[in-house]
Design a protein. Structure first.
Length: 428
């Protein structure tokens, strides 16, 4: 078992490390790349908004397709996404084109990278239930560390050598991702007792995992896949919480997408951007690695509300920032904000939802994050161009405060499943 745990965790960690290195270059440096290609702040906001809107619409649809029996599985969708990002990055690198071409391809890369993030989370829990032990928190935390190291190194390189290096990093990490996905397969059943269950689970995901008879419970679950409309009505607390998540990530994306502008205002440049991004990302590692232990003492519901308050404090600090140390102080709240929200959200979905709904659950969380990004992209660039950074940050702080209130109501006043009592809490 220990050897299996190490093997599964190493492969899943490599997948996360490669993903978040590319996520850094595509998302954290989106404004840097696009402004270098001649885009204005407003045009950057429009591009990111378009990518986020399409991603938000597609994520639940993709999840619904993956949840149903058929060819498209978590693993196969990840492989398709990786290859598209690889091809798009190569086109931007070798055939730069005009702004219209850059707009389309960069938006496609940005969108797809968001779209397969929840599928990676779902892949972990799918493989765990098939007998592949994976330390999710550790792997996800090391993914954040990869983001941190990439951001620290890449900022200075971009400042000296230009933005093309961002595309080379994308290509390299996507090659690594493709190789890992190719060898990282769902385990075969160990014996006849588990063969039926694994076969049914695999059949539901379009992958072969043994030749036993299907387990009746799993077969029934496969037949009772809930539609998106039914899903919305089944989890009241979760659906309201998604509104709060939109508010949190309105503020979060406001900071991340225009961090270079905030840092410029404080007297920094791309090198300081790298340091600030490194700080917030590296602080995610200890929390994500230890989140399973934290969840034994504090419920996922409470952690999600707590993380929202940390998002609020993080952006509030920036309103009063006058130097880079205040920027770094703000970034340090990533320890309690994003670093808590992401794994707590994943565990909340895993413990409160039926197996047939869990890909959709993960996708809805990422869609809420994406929708928050859409509103931020549409509003932030315009406010920045017209009224400046402080007005933008005040707007983000107000929206985030509203999100904290909504999260508290959702997680403490509403049932987690339709028909359940308000004070019902699922066991870990």
């Amino acid at each position: 078992m220990h050897g299996t745990t190490v093997k599964g965790t190493v492969r899943y960690t490599l997948l996360n490390v490669a993903y978040f290195a590319a996520f850094c270059t595509v998302h954290a440096y989106a404004a840097v790349y696009l402004i270098a290609k001649g885009f204005s702040n407003t045009e950057v906001g429009v591009l990111l908004a378009v990518a986020n809107i399409v991603s938000a619409v597609l994520q639940p649809v993709i999840a619904d397709v993956i949840d149903r029996p058929g060819y498209l599985t978590n693993r196969r969708f990840i492989m398709i996404s990786v290859l598209v990002i690889l091809a798009g990055s190569a086109v931007l690198l070798f055939l730069p084109g005009n702004k219209a071409v850059i707009f389309f391809i960069y938006a496609l890369i940005y969108m797809i990278q968001f779209a397969y993030q929840p599928v990676m989370t779902a892949l972990c829990f799918e493989y765990q239930k098939a007998g592949c032990s994976i330390m999710y928190g550790l792997a996800r935390g090391l993914g954040s560390a990869s983001f941190a190291v990439t951001s620290m190194i890449i900022g200075g390189i971009v400042e000296r050598n230009g933005v093309s290096i961002l595309l080379w990093v994308n290509i390299g990490t996507m090659i690594v991702s493709a190789l890992v996905v190719y060898i990282f397969r769902k385990p075969e059943p160990a014996d006849n007792d588990t063969a039926g269950t694994d076969t049914a689970a695999a059949a539901g995901n379009g992958e072969r995992a043994g030749d036993g008879e299907p387990d009746k419970g799993v077969a029934a679950s496969a037949k009772n896949k809930t539609s998106i409309a039914s899903f919305v009505g089944a989890y009241p607390a979760f659906m309201l919480f998604l509104v709060a998540a939109v508010c949190f990530f309105f503020a979060h994306n406001m900071i991340n997408d225009f961090m270079i502008r905030i840092i410029n205002e404080l007297g920094g440049n791309e090198t300081e951007l790298g340091y600030a991004t490194f700080l917030q990302a590296i602080l995610e590692l200890p929390v994500m690695a230890l989140i399973a232990l934290v969840l034994k003492r504090i419920s996922a519901e409470k952690l999600l509300v707590f993380s929202g308050f940390a998002f609020f404090v993080k952006i509030l600090i920036l309103i009063f920032a006058g130097s880079m140390p205040m920027m770094y102080l703000s970034q340090s709240f990533q320890l309690f904000a994003y670093a808590v929200f992401i794994p707590a959200g994943a565990y909340y979905v895993s413990k409160t939802m039926d197996a047939s709904d869990q890909v959709k659950g993960q996708a809805f969380i990422t869609s809420a994050i994406t929708v928050g990004g859409v509103f931020s992209n549409l509003v932030s660039g315009v406010i920045l161009d017209r009224s400046g950074i402080r007005a933008m940050l005040i707007t983000g702080t107000a929206v985030c405060a509203l999100g904290v209130l909504i999260a508290y109501i959702a997680m403490t006043k509403l049932p987690h499943r339709a028909g359940a009592k308000k004070d019902m809490r699922h066991e870990q």
